[in-house]
Design a protein around this ligand. Structure first.
Ligand SMILES: *Cc1c(COP(=O)(O)O)cnc(C)c1O
Length: 481
């Protein structure tokens, strides 16, 4: 028989022990984070650690929970890539706000259900207010602004495509629908379209110009060609900060095309929408007010822990049309005055992700976050300025959204050898543990990509990183000749 009393006592003891242990872990994390600049970027797990975990079984009788906690911190968390490190320049990674961590811990402790508004009305109100506020940053207005917090840009982009499809196509036209975006668009858009049932040939990739922005002339040409061929163009996706180069598509012109052909206009702002907070740089996003929807990952530039992304729509009826179901078991908990998030997106049970962002915005204020955005632009420009003084280095993409691509074109090396060299430089700097820079490929050229959006990255970090890159490049170029 289940001994409830014994179980209850062990849970009570568990709370007492864990509060103490979690406090110690938090202290340990804060101390570590304070000296993160001195740490290697990746303290990889040893073979013994991996073997130990591999050999572990799920026990029939529980173990000492304190021991389990220690094990998780020492073996698991301490051996993950430090992507919040100030010299981690890959992906789209920033430092994490302590307020996001606090908000996240509180959300986990209280664990409110974020599916229905009435289950946690004040938390629901916070999500509603944030959605409205984020939409307003883009120039959306009125009571129709809507949206939903989701796990990431991938889910946000996919959900936007569901709304786009349902608002512009009849079900019997789905097989004829076509979607357009540039060849620099994040893979999640294509993946999302595949998940919701579109074939690869329904996705049209438009070439980009020298700044890696979509070619508007070719975009319109493709749409016209497909209409003439009897297809049904229904959506275009613009980029506000591509992952490769931080490029921003000509959003105003895309908006005009969307209007002309009655297409849904989605903007992938997973990376770049945060520039809306900067009075200096938000004009780079001009045209976003013409969109029907956009995605915004605050777990990228706005220092949130995973996962925190938002899909914003100009008219929330489009989300409600696509995502509302009324099962009998929810009849008593649907809210009449507010929207329930299970009617606005694909998820039902989910954490209240808006809380940690709210915590961060309240505690930090938008001025400081705007300065953080501007600082990222400054740092990427600093990289460019320094590289221009260093012989052999060539800028491949100009700084945009704190991101720059470049490579070392040693004299006398063939294109093929330069590609090999670029790969080697990346591998060597990663091996050094000092900085983390990976390559990407732009028009067939391997390049080194630096995304510098971490608030803790200093000018000195930038100088030292470039110095090390230069040393490695000169040495490795010699080896290749
Ligand atoms: C990161 C990113 C995504 C995917 O977002 P996730 O949060 O990783 O799912 C989509 N688009 C762009 C431009 C991105 O940078």
């Amino acid at each position: 028989m289940f001994d409830w009393l014994e179980f209850d006592n062990s849970v009570k003891q568990g709370y007492e022990d864990q509060v103490k242990q979690l406090g110690e872990f938090l202290r340990r994390y804060i101390d570590k984070n304070a000296q993160i600049r001195e740490l290697s970027l990746f303290d990889k797990p040893s073979k013994e650690t991996l073997d130990k975990i591999e050999a572990m079984e799920i026990p029939a009788k529980g173990r000492n929970p304190m021991e389990v906690g220690e094990e998780l911190v020492n073996d698991v968390f301490e051996h993950a890539m430090l992507i919040q490190h100030p010299r981690f320049y890959s992906f789209v990674a920033s430092a994490v706000s302590p307020y996001s961590i606090a908000g996240s811990i509180l959300t986990d402790i209280y664990n409110p259900h974020a599916g229905g508004f009435e289950l946690a009305p004040c938390a629901g109100l916070i999500e509603e207010k944030l959605v409205k506020w984020m939409g307003q940053r883009a120039g959306y207005s009125g009571d129709t602004i809507g949206g939903v917090f989701l796990s990431g840009g991938s889910m946000a982009n996919m959900s936007a495509m569901v709304a786009a499809r349902d608002s512009r196509l009849e079900p019997e036209e789905f097989f004829k629908g076509t979607i357009y975006f540039s060849d620099q668009t994040h893979s999640s858009n294509e993946k999302g379209l595949r998940i919701i049932g579109f074939r690869n040939d329904q996705v049209v990739k438009i070439p980009t110009d020298d700044d890696y922005k979509v070619r508007i002339d070719l975009l319109e040409e493709a749409i016209v060609r497909d209409i003439e061929a009897g297809k049904k163009p229904f959506a275009i996706v613009g980029n506000l900060g591509t992952t490769n180069t931080g490029s921003i598509d000509p959003l105003e012109e895309m908006g005009a095309i969307a209007k002309k052909y009655n297409l849904w206009f989605h903007i992938d702002g997973a990376f770049g929408a945060s520039i809306l907070l900067s009075p200096i740089y938000r004009n780079h996003a001009k045209g976003i007010e013409l969109s029907d929807s956009f995605s915004w990952d605050t777990h990228k530039w706005l220092m949130q822990t995973y996962s925190c992304s938002t899909l914003l729509v100009k008219d929330k009826s489009n989300l409600l049309n696509s995502f509302t179901e009324h099962p009998e078991y929810l009849a008593d908990v649907n809210s009449s005055e507010h929207n329930d998030s299970w009617d606005l997106g694909p998820e039902m049970s989910r954490p209240h992700r808006a809380i940690k962002l709210w915590y961060t915005l309240q505690a930090t204020g938008t001025d400081l976050l705007a300065e953080l955005i501007e600082y990222s632009f400054y740092n990427a420009n600093l990289v460019k300025k320094e590289l221009e003084k260093m012989p052999g280095w060539k800028i491949i993409s100009n700084p945009s959204c704190g991101t720059i691509n470049f490579r070392y074109e040693a004299e006398g090396l063939s294109e093929e050898k330069i590609n090999i060299l670029t790969d080697t430089i990346s591998k060597e700097i990663i091996k050094s543990g000092f900085a983390y820079i990976v390559t990407t490929t732009l028009r067939g050229m391997k390049t080194l990509r630096m995304c510098i959006i971490n608030a803790n990255t200093t000018e000195e970090d930038v100088y030292k990183t470039l110095e090390l890159l230069n040393e490695i490049a000169i040495r490795e170029a010699k080896n290749l000749r």
